[in-house]
Design a binder for this molecule. Structure first.
Ligand SMILES: [Zn+2]
Length: 256
């Protein structure tokens, strides 16, 4: 396949001089035209299997409020999951939450390589470029990965309003968990998922491996399915993220 795609990422917002770089691996629902919607209906692709419902609105409102730069993946996670290492078993899924993905069955090496070259790598290169530019200016950088999770998975209701995922450097996650719990919220600590070296890619690559402070946050989708909820969560994070960073800098004697 030699289709030339439009850029696989969108850069939204503007650099207000703060430390936060927002990234959103699953903000998009687009499918390259030659993949015929992956053989799925638009309704199936719009389910949580296709993207992180509501996180596009939260990310953009948060970028406006901080203000900060947001780098969003444009294409559906069903085309290729940008929070998985290339070649990972769930990088290009053949089924998700009971839905088979027809155009992902028996892919050739070339098909996989094309999706990596056209979609996965340019997105991560753009994030790397953003981080490199700031580090070259000796600025503080905090990588913030934004996600949302489905409220019911395999008939089990998930109680958390929001979850923080962390692994090798849990410092900022723990501060953020305390701040969110102080708001009276039910906060998952490595729930509904735990951050690991293999099940995630974005934070291991851009946060942990570069020793940059980071946050991976998951918000329950029913809370942000509509613009009002998105605005509420964006305002909450625009207030709490700078607070968390101030606490981090004081506690760990880091230059803000
Ligand atoms: Zn996600």
């Amino acid at each position: 396949m030699t289709e030339i795609l439009a850029e696989s990422f969108k850069v939204y917002g503007q650099d207000g001089g703060g430390p936060f770089v927002l990234v959103s691996d699953h903000a998009g629902q687009a499918v390259p035209p030659t993949l015929d919607g992956l053989g799925l209906s638009a309704d199936e692709r719009a389910r949580h299997i296709g993207w992180d419902i509501g996180i596009d609105g939260v990310g953009r409102k948060l970028a406006d409020a901080l203000p900060a730069v947001l780098i969003e993946q444009v294409y559906s996670r069903l085309v290729i999951d940008c929070n998985r290492a290339p070649g990972h078993p769930t990088s290009i899924v053949t089924q998700s939450d009971g839905t088979a993905v027809p155009r992902n069955q028996s892919l050739s090496m070339q098909d996989r390589a094309w999706r990596e070259q056209a979609i996965l790598h340019p997105y991560h290169q753009r994030i790397t470029q953003e981080l490199d530019a700031r580090l070259a200016q000796k600025r503080a950088v905090v990588v913030v990965a934004l996600h949302s999770f489905t409220p019911v998975m395999r008939e089990v209701a998930r109680p958390w309003h929001v979850g923080l995922l962390h692994n090798h450097d849990s410092r900022l996650a723990h501060i953020m968990i305390d701040l969110l719990r102080a708001e009276g919220l039910v906060v998952g600590d490595n729930e509904p998922y735990a951050l690991t070296d293999t099940s995630d890619y974005t934070i291991p690559l851009h946060g942990e491996q570069r020793a940059l402070p980071h946050i991976e946050i998951e918000i329950r989708q029913d809370l942000i399915a509509h613009p009002e909820g998105q605005a509420e969560w964006a305002a909450r994070l625009a207030s709490l993220l700078p607070q968390a960073w101030r606490i981090f800098c004081t506690r760990y004697e880091q230059r803000p």
